[in-house]
Design a protein around this ligand. Sequence first.
Ligand SMILES: [Zn+2]
Ligand SMILES: [Zn+2]
Length: 145
Amino acid sequence: MQNKDDFETLLHQNNLKKTKARMLILEILKDSQPKTADEIYSTLNKANDKLNLSTVYRTCETLAKKDILLKSNFTDDGIARYEYCQSGHVHHAICLGCNKIIPINDCPFGKFDQVMKSKYGFDVKSHRIEIYGYCHDCCKKNKKK
Ligand SMILES: [Zn+2]
Ligand SMILES: [Zn+2]
């Protein structure tokens, strides 16, 4: 999934019409860490692609229902975040201090998916890992105290 044509295909496969809102939101989330609807909204407005906030919410919900976006509620603030997950791998480190979410590109599972297949006959399609702790900045702050 790299370009607009792919998003069009993706929407089509999910029986969704191609709309400006859907395309813009996918475009924003493509290479980004998980964002809240508010954050998506402000990113859009910075780029002069104006959508109203309720459209952003609605669109994210629609895309999440179709599993095109992944919706998560893993921070303490209780605000849903959306992300576009193309590889089936989702790895995050979540800071308990400032709620920052750091995407982890290294897959700690490595050959694990193959073990699942050979040993358990289980065909792994995706996985998600959430690691909780304190980010670099928060560690520094805590030390100062
Ligand atoms: Zn932090
Ligand atoms: Zn992985």
